[in-house]
Design a protein around this ligand. Sequence first.
Ligand code: AQP
Length: 335
Amino acid sequence: MKIVLSGIQPTNMITIGNYLGALRNIINFQKDNKLMIFIADLHAITKDFNPKELQQNKKSIAALYMACGLNPYDNIIFYQSDVIEHSHLSYLLLCHTYMGELNRMTQFKDKSSKMAMANGTQNIPTGLFVYPTLMAADILLYDADIVPVGKDQTQHMELTRDIAIRFNKKYKEDIFKVPNIYVAEKGAKIMDLQNPDIKMSKSNENTKGTIFLLEPIDNIRKKIMSAKTDSFDNVKYDQTNQPGVSNLIIIYSCLSNKSINDIELLYKNKKYGDFKKDLADIVCNHIKELQDKYYEIIKNVDFDKQLQKNAQICQKIAAKKIDKIHKILGLKVGN
Ligand code: AQP
């Protein structure tokens, strides 16, 4: 069985972008593969955070995975910070990563400039800069075969692969498995509903453009009905000239299993209002079902123990890997 690994930061509530770009695809892998899913709390502290909210979000995201269909007994879901080997390997990888490589990461550029704008400060945490090596450690620690990600994370994944190849070459051993990147054909970059030129993110300032999976259904409906489109009133997929409506078509297609072409035909002589109303029904029904399952789990299922057990399993695998690397790097003296 192949290992499919993924993580989501508990920075805020999960968006429909995280869901369509990553979460849903990961769950689809569970039939024929072993899933390893970590709640990326160490990544979450690379920016401003509130400890109490972080703690709540961690649990909430674990429950959301289960609401989406993850079986926590056949697969492994755990909190990243419960396995301290993640940060240790990150340091070892950092010593094999170049400043130039980290400097080129577009996500660091975007997030640090967002941060500077929001706080009016140039004090950017170093953790944000070295985020990609922690991500590489998360993956390489467990010899993951496949890592499903949204488009925004592909540059980090390429770097992970480069570091693994570099390490293996330098020490002339297959220390790390070089992971494959999986990017969904549709939904890998859901855009903001109010500003379709930017990615929908948990932390976008204008929350009117973001659909959160756990927000009231009425809010979601309003957000879709007021999503920015254009003056063509033509339901057509054209990312360059009609980015807003194209984004809505993608969401529609992901949740209805209709192709882009089918959707264009279905709304050929109809108004944006009709299209948005149907889309709102599709999204709201889908999310309502998820929310019902989520509240049932968060209220009635005690999964804390299972997550601790899972972390212990991961810790054993990770400790073995670190021991092997220490030997290879000459850090270990004796047996
Ligand atoms: N808009 C998006 N469309 C498709 N996929 C997306 N992902 C994120 N945004 C979109 C994918 O979701 C997974 C988990 O993301 P993450 O929480 O680890 O980090 P992120 O990419 O930084 O996500 P956000 O929502 O933008 O969070 P904040 O605002 O906290 O930085 C990843 O696979 C990601 O590609």
